[in-house]
Design a binder for this molecule. Structure first.
Ligand SMILES: [Zn+2]
Length: 497
């Protein structure tokens, strides 16, 4: 508001305001189609239809009261595109606003939910419900809409039945139940084509310390002549990211894409996905999900299917031969570690200083003469700082059924004098100190962040992980769809399960 007022008052003392709540609800679904198509006059601001939620609710974003999202204009600009444009606006006022990104995203999600909502019928109720539903008319649905808007219960029994017997599912809305079931079936169908996945990887990109994130947040950092001591300090970096969640999300996608393309050699273009030999082998397929932690930091989980992986029965057979096990062990040593010299015991680990913001760095330059040495040094410092687990009550320690505190991450982890795989497919990296969490060295060194890499040698791990990936991301959603709008706005479609 002040931006607009500063143009009017030279002394910047405009005084207080009493703002009365409006009596009419703001439409969630944008201006009515009739408004958008027909009534464009030369002076848009005088048109009664030109009232715009965004212009009124965010005067500091739209100081001239013009150009709001979905404002009436000669050429319509779609909601999603306009919000995307606003978030990229050069002065960052939209993306740094306390509520604008959330309000816009909430509206978008709700609309997507409604647009793709489908009505599903349970088979055993089908006949009775179908009969009752056939009595529904547009008027009844309109009345129901009225009732819902007034906060009343539906008076019509057919509408109540409809509500009781259908699931309003929103297939394209991230995080809803049906999306979760769809992910699950996508994983199983990928298994049907490529067999069991070979690896499970988690990456927690360091958005607060990575210099790339800071550049997205507007800091001027010369990555070609990067100096750790220059640029924003730790506190400032944290503030930059906290103030600009859009930059944090952009950083996450940039890093995920970069890791895919450079380390795993997976290239995703608009129409196809191609792959080549990457650090973990030839990737046949992958499945990734994005999760957010409590403070909003994003992390990536992914399942990887490698080419030329033997099917489970053959794998079980091959694991009985020493030759094949030696190959698997070599693979574990190269890609899934829990030890490097320096991480022998609590004492040796404590002797290495913990550097909290090592991510504020660049990966070692592959053209440097001492590259191998640099990587070795960097790996041990990163492993010490990012991969040593510390049990804390309420963070990972919870009482078990006997009332004893146990770590839900199962620390301390199993020790092993060397990387191993048994005939039964049980495997592990070399680990001399039990609180060291395994990592993938290529990810650790290049993304400079905490990560986890696991080999999947049997179907049981795959099953557990599939359920973890597909259920954790989406806790059961509350009933936040506008049911009457679904029922009135969409022709009910029934489908037998
Ligand atoms: Zn723990």
């Amino acid at each position: 508001m002040r931006w607009g007022l500063q143009n009017l008052w030279s002394d910047d003392h405009e005084g207080g305001y009493a703002v009365r709540h409006g009596g009419r609800p703001a439409r969630d679904f944008g201006p009515a189609a009739s408004t958008r198509a027909g009534t464009i006059t030369d002076d848009l601001s005088t048109s009664a239809d030109a009232e715009n939620f965004f212009e009124k609710a965010f005067p500091c974003m739209f100081p001239y009261g013009r150009g709001g999202i979905e404002a009436v204009r000669r050429v319509n600009v779609d909601f999603r595109n306009h919000v995307r444009w606003a978030l990229q606006y050069h002065d960052r006022r939209f993306r740094k606003h306390e509520t604008f990104p959330f309000v816009s995203f909430g509206m978008l999600q709700r609309r997507e939910g409604l647009q793709s909502a489908k009505i599903q019928m349970r088979r055993r109720d089908f006949d009775t419900v179908a009969a009752q539903l056939s009595t529904l008319t547009v008027d009844k649905l309109k009345r129901a809409q009225q009732e819902e808007e007034n906060g009343q219960a539906f008076s019509d029994p057919a509408v109540r039945t409809l509500r009781k017997h259908v699931h309003a599912v929103a297939g394209r809305v991230v995080g809803c139940d049906s999306a979760r079931y769809r992910y699950r079936s996508q994983i199983w169908s990928t298994c049907a084509v490529f067999g069991a996945p070979s690896a499970w990887i988690t990456i927690n990109f360091s958005d607060t310390h990575d210099p790339i994130a800071q550049i997205f947040a507007g800091e001027n950092i010369d990555m070609d002549a990067f100096l750790r001591t220059l640029g924003p300090d730790r506190d400032q970096r944290g503030r930059n990211i906290a103030a600009d969640p859009y930059a944090a999300a952009k950083f996450f996608h940039f890093m995920a894409k970069t890791v895919f393309e450079t380390l795993f050699k997976i290239k995703v273009s608009q129409f196809q996905v191609s792959s080549d030999t990457g650090v973990l082998g030839d990737v046949a397929a992958y499945f990734g999900t994005v999760e957010s932690q409590g403070r909003g930091t994003l992390h990536l989980h992914m399942l990887l299917w490698l080419k030329n992986t033997p099917p489970p029965e053959q794998m079980a057979e091959m694991l009985k031969t020493e030759e094949f096990r030696a190959k698997v062990v070599a693979y574990i040593r190269a890609n899934m570690r829990a030890y490097v010299p320096g991480l022998e015991s609590a004492e040796t680990v404590a002797a290495i200083p913990r550097e909290k913001d090592l991510a504020y760095n660049r990966p070692p330059n592959p053209n440097a003469a001492d590259h191998a040495e640099q990587v070795r040094d960097f790996e041990v410092r990163l492993a010490r700082s990012e991969q040593v687990h510390k049990c804390q009550i309420k963070r990972c320690m919870f009482p078990n059924k006997f009332g004893r505190l146990v770590c839900k991450r199962k620390a301390p982890f199993e020790l092993a004098q060397d990387a191993f795989v048994t005939e039964a497919g049980k495997w592990g990296p070399k680990r001399l100190f039990g609180l060291v969490n395994g990592w993938c060295p290529h990810i650790l060194v290049n993304a400079r962040c905490n990560n986890d890499a696991k080999l999947l040698t049997n179907g049981r791990d795959t099953k557990n992980i599939t359920f973890y990936v597909t259920s954790y991301a989406a806790k059961k959603q509350g009933r936040n769809y506008n049911m009457s709008a679904v029922m009135a706005g969409k022709q009910p479609q029934s489908s037998l399960p």
